[in-house]
Every structure is written in structure tokens, then in C-alpha cells.
Design a protein around this ligand. Structure first.
Ligand code: RFL
Length: 392
């Protein structure tokens, strides 16, 4: 079988790329390991940056998010000394977030691609990639019937996330991997309850970080910093609500709207960046190119930014014979990836003080306080924060 671009993975990266290529009249085939039901129900991100909304709107892919997404423009920090709010929509470049659950966006993107007659194969895993150094790279897939098929094309887009096969297809030595384990873990929760306040809330507390983020009118995301390796099952609903209430200081700022905990999973905070995010005819997009900690909600937004650049570069080459944008793909993306990494890393240090009474921990916690105070009191710092918080 043959196509022009083989796309591995139907997450935000693969589906945005597929829709943009289809709109440009470029043949592509998307292979996705999981079922359609699974990808359309996988709750993850929710905060879409202004650039993401621009890309999706420009491509006619934003009907759902414009109709059901909710504007979000304020975040609040709760510390021992009280609460301060940053109305970031009026700071920096004046950009806001649109809150729209990632699984709803994925559902819209799947529907749009299939409506165009797109070739999207669920329950079809890429099991091998070869010929990346040639002009006919091929992906071997295993479909729902268990049969192996070979799909050859001119390009392969690795959009298969952090544990995908695309990354591993790049020979060691051809790419440099930068990585950092931030040493903290979050219990990521979804609660069947409306949001408890209008803002995103970041609770900085001696017991650890707690976060509150809107999703839909009936579902709210919460995070609780927890020890590495904690068993999510050990966190009963009661224990979760007690910890959230304490760390978000509900006694001072008002109670949380409780509801059943729909999902609890431990996320270890880690980041990595591959350089370059290309090898021969293979181009990496989204989490496959760079994993970013969820501290600043950048992952899905980076994926869309890269998908847009790659679609434009492939179109320039296949439609207009201009090779330059594709040759620059990695160099164009990496500075933006590193800016997002830098901000996410800064957020991690803002939100987590090291535990313990050791000299270094005490010192670092004092720096954390200074950082929060600077953000609370300096308008210039707030503008800088807002620019990075919503920007990509
Ligand atoms: P995805 O979404 O992981 O999609 C990759 C797809 O590839 C498939 N796949 C394969 N298919 C075929 N063959 C193979 N061999 C395959 N191997 C894998 C997978 O089944 C999957 O469908 O990657 P993509 O498209 O790069 O998108 C990245 C985003 O999903 C990710 O960055 C965000 O979800 C991160 N993230 C957040 N990002 C934000 O921008 N804002 C947020 O608020 C936000 N919150 C979050 C998050 C991630 C979280 N988790 C679960 C780590 C909250 C959480 C809890």
C-alpha cells in the first residue's frame, strides 16, 4: 500500500496534521493503536492557547470549541499569606485561554478528517519503521485482524506520543536527547463537580502543591502533589477532598464543590527534548518530539503549533517544490519548545518547595516565596508571566 504521508498516532498532533494536509489536497494515512472510543474519551488537557485557537479556526476545525469552549483569563495563587489573583487576560499580550477538553477536540478532529474522506485506521499499531534514509520510508502496521501490512510513502510523521515507536526509530547517535526528571509527582484527578472558583487556583502549602482547573460545567480537574510511586487507590475520595481543602485553604477562601472522583492517576513530572526532531524522512510532532511537564499546560498547544508548521512545510514542498521550510522544521520548532520548557520549569519551581528542614530546602523555599512575591507585586513580572502562560 502507498500514501504520501504516513501519520503514526491520532492525538492532537496527528489529527491536526492530517486535517491540514487533507485540506491542502495531500494524501495521508493515519494509523492509531487504540480504538476510536478510547481516544475520544481520554481526558487530558483542557487549556487551549490563543495560537491553538487561531490555527484551528483558520482551518475550519474550531466549530465545537468556539461553541462549547469557555473563555478563561484569571489564575490565583493561595499561599500562607493569602490569595492573589492575576487577571492575565488583561496583562502581557492580552491573550486568554479557551477551556475545551482534549477528548472533545480529538472527537471533533476525527469527525472532520473522516468527513473529508480521510484514511484513519483505528486499532492499527505501527510496529516498525524502516527506510528513513531513503525516499520511500515505510511503516509496518498490525491491524485489528492481527495481520501485518506495509505502508510506504514519501514521509512519516511520528505523532505517537511519549511512548511511541517513532522516537525509537531514530538511531542513537543521530539525535541528542535532553531530559530532566523534576522529582515531583502529581495525583491527577477528575471530579464530577462544577469548578469551585472562576480562576485556575494554585495552592502552595507545606503539605505540597494543589491545583484546581476548570474543564466542563460538570467536571473539574484537580492536582495533588504526592510522593513518587504512590498508589492512586490509596487516595480515597475523602482523603482527596480533605487534602484539597487544606492545601487550597478552603477555610479561608471558601469551600470546594465536592463530587465523585472519576479518575485518579499519578503523573511523574518529567520533560525531555529531542534535537533535532527529524531524522531523514521522519518528522516528530507533539509529545513524540518533546515531552513537557503539565505544570503550565503546554503539551497539547505545542503539538498543534508543530503540526501547523509541519503541514505548511510539507505543502510548500509537495505543492510548490520549495524544500526550505521542511529543512527548517526542526530549527523553527526547537526555540519555541525550549521557551515552553523554560516557563514550565519555572512554574514547577514556583509551585513546589522542597520538603524538609535541610539547609538547602529551607533556602529554596525562601526563594520560592520571593518568586511568588515578585509575581504578586511587579506589574512587569506579571506581564512577562501572562505572555508566557498563554503564549506558545
Ligand atoms: P498523544 O495525545 O499522546 O497521542 C499519541 C497517539 O499515538 C498513539 N500511538 C500509536 N499509534 C499507532 N502505533 C503506535 N505504535 C502508537 N503508539 C502510540 C496513541 O494511542 C495516541 O492516541 O500525543 P500528541 O498528539 O503529541 O498530543 C500531546 C498531548 O496529548 C499532551 O501533550 C497533553 O495531553 C499534555 N497535557 C496538557 N497539555 C496542555 O496543553 N494543556 C493541559 O492542560 C494539559 N493537561 C496533559 C494534561 C497531560 C496529562 N497527562 C495524562 C500526562 C494533564 C494530564 C493529566
Amino acid at each position: 500500500e502507498s500514501t504520501t504521508v504516513t501519520i503514526i498516532g491520532a492525538g492532537p498532533a496527528g489529527l491536526v496534521l492530517a486535517n491540514l494536509l487533507a485540506a491542502a489536497g495531500i494524501a495521508c494515512t493515519v494509523v492509531e493503536r487504540s480504538s476510536r472510543v478510547h481516544v475520544e474519551q481520554r481526558a487530558r488537557a483542557g487549556f487551549l492557547a490563543a495560537n491553538t485557537v487561531r490555527v484551528l479556526t483558520g482551518a475550519g476545525l474550531a466549530d465545537g470549541l468556539l461553541k462549547h469552549g469557555r473563555r478563561h483569563d484569571t489564575c490565583a495563587f493561595r499561599t500562607a499569606s493569602g490569595e492573589f489573583e492575576l487577571a492575565y487576560g488583561g496583562l502581557g499580550r492580552g491573550e486568554v485561554h479557551t477551556v475545551y477538553p482534549q477528548q472533545d477536540l480529538v472527537r471533533d478532529l476525527v469527525a472532520a478528517f473522516l468527513d473529508r474522506g480521510g484514511d484513519l485506521r483505528f486499532e492499527t499499531a505501527a510496529v516498525a519503521v524502516d527506510g528513513l534514509g531513503t525516499d520511500r520510508p515505510a511503516v509496518t502496521t498490525r491491524g485489528p485482524d492481527g495481520a501485518l501490512r506495509r505502508l510506504s510513502g514519501r514521509f512519516v510523521a511520528g505523532c505517537d506520543g511519549r511512548h511511541g515507536i517513532a522516537r525509537t526509530a531514530v538511531p542513537a547517535g543521530a539525535v541528542r536527547r535532553y531530559r530532566r526528571d523534576h522529582g515531583v509527582s502529581w495525583l491527577a484527578l477528575l471530579a464530577a463537580a462544577p469548578q469551585s472558583m472562576a480562576a485556575v487556583a494554585y495552592g502552595v502549602h507545606p503539605d505540597g502543591f494543589a491545583g484546581h482547573m476548570a474543564r466542563t460545567p460538570d467536571v473539574t480537574r484537580y492536582y495533588l502533589q504526592c510522593p513518587r510511586g504512590d498508589d492512586p487507590a490509596a487516595w480515597t475520595d475523602d482523603r482527596i477532598w480533605t487534602a484539597l481543602g487544606a492545601r487550597l485553604r478552603a477555610d479561608r477562601h471558601g469551600p470546594l464543590h465536592r463530587g465523585a472522583i472519576l479518575e485518579r492517576r499519578v503523573v511523574d513530572m518529567g520533560s525531555d527534548v529531542l534535537d533535532p526532531i527529524q531524522y531523514g524522512r521522519l518528522f516528530l510532532v507533539g509529545d513524540a518530539a518533546s515531552l513537557i511537564s503539565p505544570s503550565a499546560a503546554k503539551g497539547a498547544n505545542l503539538a498543534v503549533m508543530e503540526a501547523e508548521l509541519l503541514a505548511a512545510a510539507l505543502t510548500a514542498l509537495l505543492d510548490g517544490g520549495d524544500e526550505r521550510p521542511l529543512a527548517r522544521y526542526s530549527a523553527d520548532c526547537l526555540p519555541r519548545i525550549w521557551r515552553a520548557q523554560e516557563f514550565s520549569h519555572w512554574m514547577i519551581n514556583l509551585l513546589h518547595g522542597p520538603a524538609g528542614d535541610g539547609e538547602e530546602a529551607v533556602f529554596l523555599r525562601a526563594l520560592q516565596q520571593a518568586r511568588l512575591e515578585s509575581l504578586q507585586t511587579s506589574r512587569r513580572h506579571q506581564d512577562h508571566f501572562a505572555e508566557n502562560y498563554v503564549g506558545i
